[in-house]
Design a protein around this ligand. Structure first.
Ligand SMILES: NC(=O)c1ccc[n+]([C@@H]2O[C@H](COP(=O)([O-])OP(=O)(O)OC[C@H]3O[C@@H](n4cnc5c(N)ncnc54)[C@H](O)[C@@H]3O)[C@@H](O)[C@H]2O)c1
Length: 262
């Protein structure tokens, strides 16, 4: 674990909390990690690549962050990451299950998607979340406290062509969020999900096929007619992690400018 510590800030709303954000190198994960750190949390940015550089950019601004290599498809990597955090910091208060295969997927008719494509998407997006929740469970249950926040997607409510495996995986996240809330509830661990609409993160912009007409369509379908930024979603994630969200569990919060009601 590589860490940088720069203190000296006043009291903030997540002071003393230990947070783990998966897939935190870019986009929504990075924005959530930044928000937590600005609120005083100690934040572990965990990803398969690029997390050292991302953590350093936050540390250079005086935030208390750590970078850890994590592959959510690997049982051992997941267990070692969580164990190392608990060994080093004594507990884990907040888990954000953000890591996913998403914008890198090329939209194509479902008949052209292979079983291997489906397995790859499910391995990261669904089983990755399961592994992470299983790994933090004994620690959060023992502490009788914890916040788990998952990332689903507006497409899971509306459907969309060309991304059947991804959309199915995000539908699974909704069902898992609700069921896990019932399992964790007796130990005072909340489980919620945030549902973004199309959000112009680095990977979405780089993918190209979501820009132009598709982005205009997304903006046009919202009550609040503007593009969404990673911070718009991070603010909703922060709510579930904060004391203000302490009596909310099993919920799906759409951070999409009012594109859908559910
Ligand atoms: N951006 C959007 O338009 C949008 C819309 C709806 C939902 N979402 C969801 O929000 C989340 C973040 O979206 P984003 O656009 O910021 O994504 P992103 O692609 O920018 O970030 C995903 C991160 O996950 C990491 N990752 C991939 N496989 C991993 C693995 N096996 N182990 C650990 N990390 C891994 C990647 O390296 C990357 O840093 C995702 O769950 C996505 O499905 C995004």
């Amino acid at each position: 674990m590589e860490g940088w510590k720069m203190g000296g800030m006043g009291s903030r709303r997540l002071d003393g909390r230990i947070a783990l954000v998966t897939g935190a190198t870019y986009g929504i994960g990075f924005a959530a990690a930044e928000r937590f750190a600005l609120e005083g949390a100690t934040v572990v940015l965990a990803d398969i690549k690029g997390h050292d550089i991302s953590a350093r950019t936050l540390a250079e601004r005086g935030l208390y962050v750590h970078a850890m290599t994590l592959d959510v498809t690997d049982d051992r990597s997941v267990t070692e990451t969580v164990d190392e955090i608990v060994t080093r910091f004594g507990r884990i208060d907040i888990l954000v299950n953000n890591a996913a295969i998403s914008a890198e997927l090329t939209p194509e008719p479902f008949e052209q998607q292979s079983i291997d494509d489906w397995r790859r998407v499910y391995e990261v997006n669904v089983l990755g979340m399961f592994r992470m929740c299983r790994a933090v469970s004994p620690h959060m249950r023992a502490a009788r406290s914890g916040r788990i926040i998952n990332l689903t997607s507006g497409t899971a409510f509306k459907g969309a062509p060309g991304m059947l495996h991804y959309i199915a995986s995000k539908g699974a996240i909704i069902s898992m969020t609700r069921s896990l809330a019932t399992e964790f509830g007796p130990d005072n661990v909340t489980v919620n999900a945030v549902s973004p609409g199309m959000t112009m993160t680095e990977s979405v912009v780089a993918a190209g096929h979501f820009s132009g007409a598709l982005e205009q369509f997304a903006v046009g379908s919202r009550i609040l007619k503007r593009p969404a930024a990673a911070d718009d979603v991070a603010n909703a994630i922060y709510f579930f992690a904060s004391d203000d969200g302490g009596f909310v569990t099993g919920q799906i919060l759409a951070a999409d400018g009012g594109a859908l009601f559910h």
